[in-house]
Design a protein around this ligand. Structure first.
Ligand SMILES: Cc1ncc(COP(=O)(O)O)c(C=O)c1O
Length: 372
């Protein structure tokens, strides 16, 4: 009898599956009759608590009538809209994907060979390592400074003859840390020309630090730079799965050979175009996040709980000496889903998405009880 375990590629056998945030419906099922009065709230996946942009909602209703048609495989209108929204970015330099996750995976699949190496800061977004492992590519972590700050000089020094790609989440998930313009420019200037620099800016719309860089303006410093963005976070379209990236046109042409022909569905394409033009929703989302950040920080400080500075829509909260998983379980019992991060070697932390004022309040109440 053939053992499936003998058929699977060694890199894949070693993969620990990605642990997504716990779905609301799952906790509702588990809590059953003991569901708290306010129901379940989810502050686990860095989603926009305001929901999708009203403009996106409106176009989605109309687009449903056409779902018997295949989507536009070239995503012409969406790529055109993105190019128009970003002066200096050409249509040919744009690739869209089933979430930015698909694009980062495509980058590894398309440009890395077995024996090549991908490097990234330690304890960063898990999917870079997952993609490398899945495609038989070595993955190496580079140490950070104290308190999880980025050390891009160390990242630059770590580049070796096998390095094909450098991933940088800016700002970072799960720490919320960011790299300054100056540090990014220095890294880009020193990268060997054959190394791909993939900058994942999933949370860029929340970053408020004055020296936070928009790498779309910096590609000239290192031609093999790819900037990845997503509609899943501030645009509130996580469920539709749509991300985009800007890369040299020649790279985009190779990614086009590898990606699935209809990787971005038709509803996602129209909703993304509408959301892109909804400045009102963007501004309200930014404001809500800034206010929620103040509320959560004040609440945590009252409780004597420390957290890392964050440029994102979440905080990494330190519940030591308690196990993050234990606190997570108590919060679940109160209908509050946050994210344990032990898989990032952070057994005493929890990642908490900034929600509406009511949601933040419920989290702080539940945390108070959990720490008592
Ligand atoms: C840093 C980072 N990059 C990329 C993603 C993937 O986003 P999506 O595939 O929904 O575009 C996430 C999602 O949490 C993230 O935190």
């Amino acid at each position: 009898m053939v053992r499936v375990a003998e058929l699977v590629a060694p890199g894949i056998a070693a993969i620990q599956p990605y642990q997504p945030g716990k779905p609301i419906e799952e906790l509702e099922r588990e809590l059953g009759p003991s569901l708290p009065a306010g129901g379940v709230i989810k502050l686990a996946s860095n989603e926009n608590p305001l929901g999708p942009s009203p403009r996106a909602r409106a176009v989605l209703l109309g687009a449903v009538a056409d779902v018997h048609r295949y989507p536009d495989g070239s995503a012409f209108a969406l790529r055109r809209a993105l190019a128009d929204a970003r002066p200096g970015v050409r249509y040919e330099e744009l690739v869209v994907g089933n979430g930015s996750n698909e694009i980062l995976d495509l980058l590894v699949r398309t440009f890395c060979r077995p024996g090549d190496e991908v490097i990234a800061p330690a304890q960063t977004f898990a999917c870079y390592q997952l993609s490398a492992q899945a495609h038989g590519v070595d993955y190496r972590e580079v140490a950070r400074g104290s308190d999880f700050v980025y050390d891009l000089d160390a990242l630059g020094h770590a580049v070796g003859p096998k390095t094909r790609m450098v991933f940088l989440a800016n700002p970072d998930n799960p720490t919320g840390a960011y790299a300054s313009r100056e540090a990014v420019e220095r890294l880009m200037a020193r990268l060997p020309e054959q190394v791909i620099f993939a900058v994942d800016e999933a949370y860029c719309d929340y970053a408020v630090a004055p020296d936070y860089p928009d790498t779309l303006t910096l590609h000239r410093l290192h031609p093999l730079t790819v900037t990845l963005r997503t509609f899943s976070k501030i645009y509130g379209l996580a469920g539709l799965r749509c991300g985009w990236a800007v890369a040299p046109a020649e790279m985009v042409a190779y990614l086009d050979r590898v990606r699935n022909p209809f990787n971005v569905n038709s509803l996602a394409q129209v909703a993304a175009i509408a959301a892109l033009g909804d400045q009102d929703h963007l501004q309200r989302s930014r404001r809500l996040n800034a206010e929620g950040m103040v509320q959560l920080r004040a609440g945590l400080e009252r409780l004597g709980v420390s957290y890392l500075p964050s440029q994102c829509n979440f905080l990494l909260v330190d519940v030591a000496p308690r196990e993050g998983r234990r606190v997570f379980d108590v919060l679940l019992g109160r209908g509050v889903i946050v994210r344990p991060v032990a898989s990032y070697r952070l057994p005493h932390h929890l990642r908490v998405t900034i929600g509406t004022a009511d949601e933040n309040h419920r989290f702080l109440d539940a945390l108070t009880a959990a720490l008592a």
